[in-house]
Design a protein around this ligand. Structure first.
Ligand SMILES: Nc1ncnc2c1ncn2[C@@H]1O[C@H](COP(=O)(O)OP(=O)(O)OP(=O)(O)O)[C@@H](O)[C@H]1O
Length: 937
């Protein structure tokens, strides 16, 4: 359904009617001062004017006024009607709204003009008569429905004059923005006499009281509303529907309290009347402004709300101003003429109310059935005429019977049609409201999404501010810790970090306020629509109950069922659309969440990148990503530790957390579940002579060896120490204090050396008992039984750790022997030599001298510790140490202990021999501190 009416400007037409002098005025000796000069001009003379008074010669208040039409006492009701209202009827039928209102002081003839008397009916009746005549003339082609309502506005309350018992009614704005009176009685009749009777009856209900100015003064504004709806009888797929409203208003008298001598209730009425007329006057003033920009406040009174369209909207409007010719009413007449004159410049924009209705399937069925019955009727008529010609006597009776039958069926059908129309109308309105509700819901959801976006922006900002403040507080705390008391006192506290909101946050806050207001407004609208929907549902339900009782034929019943079915389907469709919209909105909301996560992910990525850059760059000289560490555990097993993590040193003495998750796993989790990462290749790869264990960082922690950072001469070093705290998580989280770490390192090294000495003593003891010949590498059995200390000892051997050391061992673990203990190791050929104790060996043999020389040489190039000590092979270029190094690339035990330290550079992963450690990256740089401390001891 769409509106196809074109709009054009229309100027408010103003007529002036001067009534005859009343008997009362004559009695009071009033003279006539208002004269009609011609059909448009009126002159109002100044009653105070005296031609002999020279002093007042130039102060005359006499004035002429021009109107569209002017009437005096001689004008008949018919003349007034023809010149003012008759022209509006044609427009009304074409679909233009129209308004006629009578304005003027009390007792000047407004009711006389509008309602008239039985003998001299006024505009109401004449208009309706002509309207019905026009309808009748075109009823062959057009189908009309006319409804009428009559109300009064008394003391700012609306009363139904056709049904006064219904109480006070409310004004409401419908979906098209038109003002409607909720619950008003609408009478559908096209009989002028009936209407006149109704009006007379209604007028008797109108509040009338005698005043000093008028014995039958109307104390209220009476509004007669006629709604005309028409459509072509020839039903088509596309149907043109015209509708128009005609308002005929008899206003209450504009009066001055002094003139009417009102008291009490009358005075109160007068105040209300004046209030609404004042509001009307204000609207007229605003609308008549030349630039037309002035705000028009229609909401000041019910009258102006009702006349909103008539004054400034879509209506052809006629104002009939009334004055008394009496000299006594000069002031009132002058005011009325001034208002009327001003109203002339009001322009309205009239628009034809046309609707193109495209029918849906249920209505097609109805059209077809109508056409079929029309064809049947015409066929029958032809057949009747033919038979009448053959048998004139009998046909007359049949003809009369048929006529009666046709008439009655036509009548019932018309009634049915009307009810059906009402039902369709109710359905259509319901759907309109549903759609609007859907739109409201959708807009509401959009507002919610926007609101959550703005809230997130604000929350981000709050978080950032909180973070900054925390950081600031931390720095302050650190500073105050470092400073002594005197400095503290002298220093003035630094100001808080800038917490001024960004423009984005300010905009977000502003937007939030707007969105809240919008939401509130929507809620209000929604409540109104829901109420209207409930009313319409009730109306439709009543019609649905009523219609089946009126239905006479099966065909009509079927059409009715189809109609209801179509409506149900339409509702289902609307619901589906609504749920689709809902889902759409949910997806949009989730998209916002995904975006947030995406942003978070990017942020994490950036942090990781920064940390990587920091580590790969100049952050510390010693250890880098992919560093390999070879160590022997307390059982004497050599372990190669590789760092697939990089630890960032922030200089605060605390070891940083490992932030880069490997293969999506949390580093701490990895620490816990590092059973996989600790692979003792000794058991799996014995054939390949590899007894090294490759450990990840967590595995190293499990061995109670922890990396600590230390700075010497501006260089950062990584140190490894044994830690008393066996909880690797705790250790990695807070080993911070450098001094403590350093002590731990020293203690760890002492332990290492002591344990190494013990172990060595044990081995020497065993060696002394049975000095086996050097095993041939070709003899695997012998070779296996003479493994170096780096090989995995049998389980039973591990138990020895708990034994008390032998006297020899005690001697071996004495401080004097600490240094020598670190020098012992297997010969390059993989065999273990007899222990060399500097004190015990007085005259070394050449072989022993050779061994001692090698031992010292080796000690200067590498660091080797048994037990829990660690031997490091570091290549700062290594990026990643694979935990499952192939056996042929693993360090053979003999090489690990005798050859210079090597590192597994993964750039050379394919090479058969590991790279020799470059001098600049020697292990000394990492262990120089504990080792030198050891040597100093
Ligand atoms: N043009 C006229 N010709 C003859 N009599 C008239 C004319 N105009 C008004 N009268 C008479 O004047 C009297 C007052 O008229 P009316 O009641 O119509 O005034 P009103 O403006 O409606 O007053 P109120 O505002 O108090 O209702 C009535 O008796 C009416 O018959």
């Amino acid at each position: 359904m769409k509106d196809t009416g074109e709009s054009k400007d229309h100027q408010l037409t103003v007529a002036l009617r001067i009534r005859p002098l009343s008997d009362a005025e004559l009695e009071e000796g009033a003279t006539i001062i208002a004269h009609k000069v011609d059909d448009q001009m009126v002159v109002l003379m100044d009653p105070m004017e005296d031609p002999d008074d020279i002093l007042r010669a130039h102060r005359s208040r006499e004035k002429t006024y021009m109107f569209d039409v002017a009437f005096d006492y001689s004008a008949t009701q018919d003349e007034v009607y023809r010149s003012t209202t008759k022209g509006l009827i044609e427009g009304l039928i074409s679909g233009y709204n129209a308004t006629v209102f009578a304005y003027g002081p009390t007792g000047c003839g407004k009711t006389y003009t509008m309602l008239g008397t039985d003998r001299e009916p006024g505009i109401y009746v004449r208009t309706l008569n002509d309207l019905f005549k026009a309808i009748e003339e075109t009823s062959d082609d057009m189908q009309y429905s006319v409804s009428m309502s009559y109300l009064e506005i008394y003391n700012e309350m609306i009363r139904d004059l056709l049904n006064p018992s219904s109480g006070f009614l409310d004004l409401r704005e419908d979906s098209k923005g038109e003002i409607q009176v909720a619950g008003i009685t609408e009478v559908s009749t096209i009989n002028a006499r009936e209407i006149m009777e109704l009006l007379m009856k209604g007028n008797k209900q109108r509040t009338q009281e005698p005043t000093a100015a008028n014995q039958t003064s109307s104390r209220s504004h009476a509004v007669l509303q006629v709604a005309v709806r028409q459509q072509s009888r020839c039903r088509d797929i596309l149907q043109e529907v015209r509708f128009a409203r005609l308002f005929m208003i008899d206003l209450a008298g504009s009066e001055r309290a002094s003139q009417t001598q009102n008291r009490g209730q009358r005075l109160k009425e007068g105040a209300h009347i004046n209030r609404s007329l004042l509001a009307l006057g204000n609207c007229i003033n605003a609308l008549s402004e030349k630039n037309g920009n002035k705000y028009v406040n229609y909401r000041d009174s019910k009258l102006t709300r009702l006349l909103k369209d008539s004054l400034g909207g879509n209506s052809r409007t006629m104002m009939i101003a009334h004055i008394s010719p009496a000299s006594l009413a000069f002031e009132d007449s002058r005011n009325t003429l001034t208002y009327a004159d001003r109203a002339k410049s009001i322009r309205t924009r009239v628009k034809r109310n046309l609707l193109n209705v495209s029918y849906h399937i249920a209505q097609y069925t109805s059209i077809i059935s109508d056409l079929r019955s029309e064809i049947q009727r015409l066929k029958k008529k032809i057949a009747d005429q033919a038979s009448r010609q053959l048998n004139p006597d009998r046909t007359d009776i049949r003809h009369v019977q048929a006529e009666v039958q046709a008439h009655s069926s036509q009548q019932s059908r018309a009634e049915m049609d009307q009810l059906r129309e009402q039902l369709i109308d109710a359905f259509r309105q319901q759907m309109d409201i549903r759609k609007r509700l859907m739109e409201l819901d959708n807009s509401n959801m959009e507002i919610q999404i926007d609101t959550s976006k703005h809230l997130l922006t604000i929350a981000d900002w709050e978080q950032e501010r909180f973070r900054r403040r925390k950081k600031w507080q931390g720095e302050r705390r650190k500073e105050s810790f470092n400073k002594d008391e005197s400095e503290k006192d002298s220093d003035s506290p630094e100001s808080l970090p800038d917490s001024t909101e960004t423009q984005e946050v300010a905009i977000a806050r502003e937007n939030l306020v707007t969105l809240m207001a919008e939401q509130k407004k929507m809620r209000k609208q929604k409540a109104g629509l829901e109420q209207r929907l409930a009313e319409l549902r009730e109306k439709a339900r009543r019609l649905e109950e009523l219609l089946p009782r009126r239905v006479s034929s099966e065909e009509q019943r079927e059409v009715l069922c189809l109609l209801c079915k179509v409506h149900e389907l339409e509702i289902e469709n609307a619901e589906m659309q609504s749920s689709a919209l809902l889902k759409d909105n949910v997806i949009r909301q989730k998209n916002v969440v995904v975006q947030r996560f995406e942003q978070h992910r990017h942020l994490c990525h950036e942090i990781i990148q920064q940390q990587r850059q920091f580590i790969d760059g100049e952050s510390f000289a010693g250890i880098r990503n992919g560093t390999e560490i070879s160590a022997r555990d307390e059982s004497g097993q050599t372990v190669a530790v590789k760092f697939s993590r990089v630890m960032q040193y922030e200089g605060s003495g605390s070891l940083p957390k490992i932030t880069l998750p490997s293969r999506g796993r949390d580093p701490l989790q990895e620490m816990d579940s590092d059973q996989e990462s600790v692979r003792t290749l000794g058991s799996d790869n014995r054939e390949a002579n590899s007894f090294d264990t490759f450990l990840t960082f967590p595995s190293l922690c499990k061995l109670n060896i922890f990396p600590c950072m230390e700075t010497f001469n501006g260089q950062k070093y990584l140190e490894f120490c044994e830690c008393e705290n066996k909880n690797s998580k705790e250790h990695s989280a807070c080993p911070g204090d450098i001094k403590r770490t350093r002590q731990q390192i020293l203690r760890g090294v002492q332990n290492i050396t002591v344990k190494a000495a013990r172990r060595r003593s044990k081995v020497l003891e065993i060696d002394a008992l049975r000095l086996p010949p050097p095993p041939s590498p070709l003899d695997p059995k012998k070779y296996k039984s003479n493994r170096s200390l780096t090989e995995v000892p049998p389980k039973g051997l591990m138990l020895r750790r708990g034994r008390q050391p032998s006297p020899e061992l005690c001697h071996a673990t004495s401080d004097d022997n600490l240094s020598s203990s670190t020098g012992d190791g297997p010969a390059p050929n993989g065999t273990w030599t007899r222990p060399r104790n500097r004190q015990a060996v007085k005259n070394p043999t050449p072989r022993e001298q050779d061994f001692e020389g090698r031992r010292r040489k080796r000690r200067s190039r590498s660091f080797e510790v048994t037990g829990q000590a660690v031997s490091f092979y570091i290549n700062s270029r290594c990026h990643f140490l694979h935990s499952a190094l192939p056996p042929h690339q693993a360090w053979p035990p003999n090489q690990a202990t005798s050859a210079p330290p090597v590192c597994h550079n993964h750039r050379n992963r394919g090479s058969a021999h590991p790279q020799t450690l470059k001098p600049g990256l020697s292990i000394d740089c990492l262990l120089s501190t504990p080792e030198s401390a050891l040597w100093n001891q």
